[in-house]
Design a protein around this ligand. Sequence first.
Ligand code: FAD
Length: 303
Amino acid sequence: MSIAHAHNLIAEAAERLAQPRVSFEFFPPKSEALEAQLWESIRKLEPLSPSFVSVTYGAGGSTRDRTHRTVSRIVDETSLKPAAHLTCVGASREEIDGVLRDYWAAGVRHIVALRGDPPGGLGTPYEPHPEGYASAVDLVAGAKRAGDFEISVAVHPEKHPASATWAHDIENFKAKLANGATRGVSQFFFDADVFLRFRDRLAAAGVDAPIVPGIMPVTNVKGLKKMVDGCGATLPGWLVRLFDGLDDDPDTRRLVAAATTAQLCAHLASEGVEDFHFYTLNRADLTLAICRIIGVRAKEQAA
Ligand code: FAD
């Protein structure tokens, strides 16, 4: 895409009358300093009135209490609608049902139901807990039994690496929907065409549930490489080259991230995408800038 074309897409996105809907993902903080950073970000993003904000669940349930605390504080202290991520890893059905009941009692009404990554690390085979939920399909059904939750699930625009075929991956998403999920939130990707082709595949398979692109504003390609390999996403050569030589220059990396991510979102918006889920990494600045570029405004600014 030429720079002029990218500029036109951004101009079109900013001029569009209907504001895109956005949601924001956070992770539970490990220290007081990180907690302060998270809350500063939440407060800065709150005026954009996101559809929901979600809080991740660490590998193997390692953040169970911290996720619960963060989500409960969002319920108690903000106007935001939180969604709690929950995985099947390392816990029996009974334990997970207990977590779900605690969420319901705390006023949480939205769960992001996931299988989770193998406890042995990305790339190792996944073994379900002997008394646990076997996969996200199973967990969605369990969450629906535990309460009338709204349920989001993961979808994989480049196919989940454990899935032998596209057909299997799409049937798996259909099974999550049949068990009560209402939307798919996508794994991150860096070329708009990857998501648009995936949307076409789902449409061809008769899936009409909403799928929301997961947007990761990349500031550090080196740090991302390992993650990308494990989850089946492709890191395009052009993106790697953009960050060449910038290892010691975080300010320029952030500006490059804002430009490339805004362009990705504007491209998706030009193809009719109306919802965006941002992996904020608990920082507000990049997400705020990109939202502004694609036409998302705080309520009083939009009026
Ligand atoms: P599933 O849908 O259960 O399955 C993944 C793939 O495995 C499917 O595509 C399917 O084809 C295949 N499969 C499923 N069941 C079977 C079976 N019985 N036999 C053979 N193949 C099967 N991880 C965390 O630990 N914590 C988080 O908070 C978290 N948040 C996430 C949020 C989003 C939006 C996304 C996209 C991912 C997130 N993840 C998180 C990562 C996620 O746990 C991994 O991608 C995991 O490897 C797959 O999870 P899933 O829910 O898609 O799994």
